[in-house]
Design a protein around this ligand. Structure first.
Ligand code: NDP
Length: 241
């Protein structure tokens, strides 16, 4: 059965790998992002039934326009757009700057997912799935970014309760250190990389495909009774007892 899958921030990194995984399964995939040139380049690279839509997940007007371009049913929504806005510019030197940083991370990593889900809510039906891309930072005290991802985990439980009676599952897939994406910008020195790899139980960084495979599973009929959960894809950095 061909499904319609919406992946926010699907032009790079984890989102692009998620799009590729669903495309490989024969699904119709719609990817969004803010930079048209990034979406065009992803469209050239990815093979299959792909649609690209420029849309800022934090902008209500752009989300309304996106909704107008979607088919009647969205089977899978992957709220992947996000990133650590603390990496932008110098650390804040006053309260105004601190407030901007916190708002930017809450917008990018929490509000974007909340608004996108509300925009497509009525298009999600029985057998559907919402997959929110969280982070192990939610459990590691990583300032405004970690706080935003932790809030996403809590909101996901609420969402699972709201959509569960309609047959829609809601889960968080929480990556650990994934290299080869745009996430770390120019911060990924050799020492930085080695430190993060050393924290894993498997001795390697995660790859976007490691996350994509779990997203595809959790949105599949094989996972119909899993909802309200956080699934860590971090190479064992945070083991569960
Ligand atoms: P990337 O920076 O490569 O991917 C982020 C994507 O989201 C980009 O394509 C970006 O495109 C898009 N995006 C950002 N903000 C918005 C927005 N407001 N509206 C629409 N699209 C947006 O990094 P990753 O692939 O690593 O990150 C994907 C997700 O995984 C993020 O939520 C991140 O927090 C999470 N994550 C990543 C980890 C890692 O180690 N890499 C670890 C844990 C979690 P554009 O700028 O064009 O909008």
């Amino acid at each position: 059965m061909t499904r319609t899958v919406l992946v926010t921030g699907g032009g790079t990194g984890i989102g692009k790998a998620v799009a590729a995984a669903f495309l490989a399964g024969g699904d119709h995939v719609i990817i969004t992002g803010r930079r048209p040139e990034v979406l065009s380049s992803a469209a050239e690279e990815l093979e299959g039934a792909l649609t690209t839509v420029v849309c800022d997940a934090t902008d209500p007007e752009q989300l309304e326009a996106l909704r107008g371009r979607l088919p009647d049913v969205v089977d899978v929504l992957v709220n992947n757009a996000g990133g650590n806005r603390e990496f932008d510019g110098a650390p804040p030197s006053d309260l105004r700057g601190l407030a901007e940083r916190w708002r930017a991370n809450l917008d990018a990593n929490l509000l974007g997912a909340v608004l996108t889900t509300a925009a497509v809510d009525k298009l999600l039906g029985p057998g559907g799935a919402v997959v929110n891309i969280g982070s192990f930072a939610a459990d590691r005290g990583a300032g405004s970014y970690g706080a935003a991802k932790a809030a996403m985990n809590t909101w996901n439980i609420f969402l699972a309760g709201q959509l569960g009676p309609r047959g829609v599952t809601c889960n968080v897939v929480a990556p650990g250190y994934i290299d080869s994406t745009e996430f770390f910008r120019d911060r990924r020195s050799a020492a930085f990389h080695e430190e993060r790899v050393a924290e894993t139980l498997v001795g390697r960084a995660g790859r976007p495909e490691d996350v994509a495979d779990v997203v595809r599973f959790i949105a599949s009929p094989a996972a119909r009774h899993i909802t309200g959960q956080v699934l860590r894809v971090d190479g064992g950095v945070i083991p569960t007892r």
